[in-house]
Write a protein that binds this ligand. Structure first.
Ligand code: PGA
Length: 264
């Protein structure tokens, strides 16, 4: 299978880029459980050097999480961001507000938002651009459903989703992070094999390379039931530059094991 795509021949991708391990807490946690989780993660990452770590709590808790992580190497991200700068957009949170409280990343186009909030590729692109314009790094999530995979549409779907984001961010493509999250793997315990994931990551890398000379510097995360047991083999793939972790990010020990795997 390897070698089928142009970028798959690079068994050892030469890059000094650190991997990024991002925890997506989704709509979980409360004041006291967040504090306990963060304290355990802080303890386990006191001498963190080899990888970047990010947590994405529900926005309501973001300021408290920023405060608790103050002085540490762990960054804070949002799970979504508005396309608008300010004004009459009830329930929305702007990139300016995120930046104001110390948030540095924002997920855009997570499959749960595409599914439950009917977010389109174009809207996701606009969100990525809105984040970038205020100095927030967007993590653009892409991925196919099971039906799309079974219909052999995986590459076409991922390319279509990414093309909209690339179009929206223009010359800033090298500043985004991409997360490949096959929908059938999210929260199901069914992970893509390292080879399956690498094949799609190579397609994404090639698409980025057509848009920017700095495609090698764009981090492409894998997400979808990444856990303490499978992280090392996924992260060993040449085009997997980190992970977007849901369920396992809520358990300090599991999250720390994944972080250690990324440092290896
Ligand atoms: P999961 O979620 O790790 O629980 O599958 C990943 C995600 O949705 O970002």
């Amino acid at each position: 299978m390897l070698g089928r795509w142009p970028h798959e021949d690079r068994f050892e991708r030469v890059t000094d880029m650190k991997k990024l391990i991002a925890g997506n807490w989704k709509m979980n946690g409360d004041t006291s459980s967040n504090a306990a989780l963060l304290d355990a993660v802080l303890l386990g990452t006191a001498d963190l050097t080899g990888c970047d770590v990010l947590v994405c709590p529900p926005s309501l808790y973001a300021a408290a999480v920023v405060a608790r992580l103050n002085g540490s190497a762990i960054a804070v991200g949002a799970q979504d961001v508005s396309t608008a700068e300010k004004g009459a957009y009830t329930g929305e949170i702007s990139a300016t507000m995120l930046r104001d409280i110390g948030v540095r990343y924002a997920l855009v186009g997570h499959s749960e938002r595409r599914q439950y909030h009917h977010e389109t590729d174009a809207l996701v692109g606009e969100k990525a651009q809105a984040a970038l314009s205020k100095g927030i790094t967007p993590i653009v999530c892409v991925g196919e459903t099971l039906a799309e995979r079974e219909a052999d549409q995986t590459n076409a779907v991922v390319k279509r989703q990414l093309a909209a984001a690339i179009h929206a961010v223009g010359h800033c493509v090298s500043e985004i992070v991409v997360a490949y999250e096959p929908v059938w793997a999210i929260g199901t315990g069914q992970t893509a094999t390292p080879e399956q994931a690498q094949m799609v990551h190579a397609v994404i890398r090639a698409q980025l390379a057509a848009a920017t000379p700095n495609a090698e510097k764009v981090r492409i995360l894998y997400g979808g039931s990444m856990n303490a047991a499978n992280a090392a083999s996924l992260l060993a793939q040449p085009d997997i530059d980190g992970g977007l972790i849901g369920g396992a990010a809520l358990k300090a020990e599991d999250f720390l094991t994944i972080i250690r795997a990324a440092q290896a």
